[in-house]
Design a protein around this ligand. Structure first.
Ligand code: UGA
Length: 429
């Protein structure tokens, strides 16, 4: 099928590349001409395992191309996906100005029937507004349908998530649009849930909020483990073995960050309140998440007493492993808090240093993980990169002034480190 994706950010780019990979003809549209030039020359603006390769092969077969013209994209496709940013406003509500602008622009160039699909994460009832907007600016009077098709990909494994999804959600109020959407997703062999538009929009916010709730729940239980001498890993394994609960997203740590959860939870709270159904449970999820970093910094302070002028190594800056994304990264917040208290922070991340550096002017970056141990009074694990487990822990101890390890992601073997003579502190361990 012929498809266009408006917005070549994380979701738009990966979605476009994966649609092309299964055989569709895809035009990716972005109003940033520099980005379009970069993509045309074979460079990919984000780090995502497997993405560069599928972009390269599909551009070569002619199934994937890039343009800065919405008209070009809309003309050359049966289905037009909107994947533009929906950033938060200061009050937590969602800024829908990009969606509205794109809806107007699509309306201005509509000539024949098109399905307009919203892929961005939006508040319930946005589809209705998009349809109203397109009707208002649709001078040619072309037929169209609006569909909601939320995205569930995770950064760091976005290509795999998209190619092998748990489910596809299609919110459509017309059979004609639903049938076209089903054809697009046939090659992915995933269960397809057809709902009305409002329900599809709600599924996205409800799912992300539930995942964040799982994380805050286990972090609250981790605090109880610390207070009682129990072990969070054992508790999470024992709970997670119940199929109704599941072990995923029960990893205690510094709390959730990233460009999705913090913003989506805030948005869902605002949406619920606007609809007259306050969602206090989610406020507690946020409060627990915020307290998680405070509690962790207190542990560092309790051990070192005064942080001023202490050299502290930080491993990890990305908001999670396998990405270079530092948006709302708890690791960045941690570095800032330590630096604010006067600590000399020395950091390393396998992928995220270039993106982190402008946010952390006072923090020294190092080319190798091993280098953050030099002269350090403590080393903190702030992102769950697997490779930190494989560091030569036995010899690194000798580089430190005092061998204190604060594992904010519970990725290290506490017993093994203690045997090597480290003083190890994790979360709920
Ligand atoms: C999240 C959802 O997982 C995706 O399904 C969704 O499509 C996406 O948001 C989105 O709305 O676009 P993502 O933000 O890429 O994906 O990251 P996650 O893997 O969900 O991790 C979010 C945060 O939770 C990270 O900071 C991670 O370190 C933390 N986390 C995750 C924990 O602290 N514990 C866990 O057990 C799992």
């Amino acid at each position: 099928m012929r498809l266009s994706i408006i917005g070549s950010g994380y979701v738009g780019l990966v979605t476009g590349a994966c649609f092309a990979e299964v055989g569709h003809h895809v035009v990716c549209v972005d109003n940033d001409s520099e980005k379009v030039r970069m993509l045309r020359s074979g460079r990919v603006p984000i780090y995502e395992p497997g993405l560069e390769e599928i972009i390269r092969t599909n551009v070569a077969t002619g199934r994937l191309r890039f343009t800065d013209s919405i008209e070009d994209g809309v003309e050359d496709s049966e289905v037009v996906f909107i994947a533009v940013p929906t950033p938060p406003l200061p009050d937590g509500k969602v800024d829908l100005t990009y969606i509205e602008k794109v809806a107007r622009e699509i309306a201005g160039v509509l000539r024949g029937y098109r399905v307009i699909v919203d892929k961005s994460t939006v508040p319930v009832k946005t589809g209705e507004k998009v349809a109203e907007t397109i009707s208002r600016y649709n001078r040619a009077g072309a037929e169209f349908d609006v569909v909601s098709n939320p995205e569930f990909l995770r950064e760091g494994c976005a290509v795999a998530d998209l190619m092998r999804p748990d489910r596809i959600v299609i919110g459509a109020n017309s059979d004609r649009a639903a049938a076209l959407m089903k054809r697009i997703y046939e090659p992915f062999h995933a269960p397809i849930y057809i709902t009305d538009i409002n329900s599809a929009e709600l599924i996205k916010h409800a799912a992300n909020s539930f995942l964040a709730l799982k994380i805050s729940y286990i972090n609250a239980v981790a605090a109880i483990c610390e207070a009682s001498g129990a072990h969070i890993d054992d508790v999470a394994d024992g709970m997670g073995a119940d199929k109704r609960i599941g072990r995923d997203f029960l990893n205690a740590g510094l709390g959730y960050g990233g460009s999705c959860f913090p913003k989506d939870i805030k948005a869902f709270i605002a949406i619920a309140e606007e609809l007259g159904v306050p969602f206090g449970l989610l406020r507690e999820v946020e409060a627990i998440n915020a307290a998680q970093l405070d509690r962790f910094i207190k542990k560092i302070r309790d051990a070192l007493w005064v942080l001023k002028e202490k050299r502290i190594g930080v491993l990890g800056l990305a908001f999670k492993a396998n990405t270079d994304d530092v948006r709302s990264s708890t690791a960045i917040a941690l570095c800032k808090r330590l630096a604010d208290e006067g600590a000399r922070v020395v950091a390393y991340d396998p992928q995220a240093m270039a993106k982190a550096a402008p946010e952390l002017p006072g923090v020294e970056m190092r080319g190798r993980a091993e280098d953050v141990f030099d002269g350090a009074e403590a080393v903190v694990i702030a992102t769950e990169w697997k490779e930190f487990r494989a560091l030569p822990w036995a010899s690194l101890k000798g580089q430190m002034v005092t061998p204190l390890i604060f594992d904010g992601r519970n990725i290290l073997d506490a017993g093994a480190l203690r045997q090597l003579g480290y003083r190890y502190t994790g979360v709920g361990r």
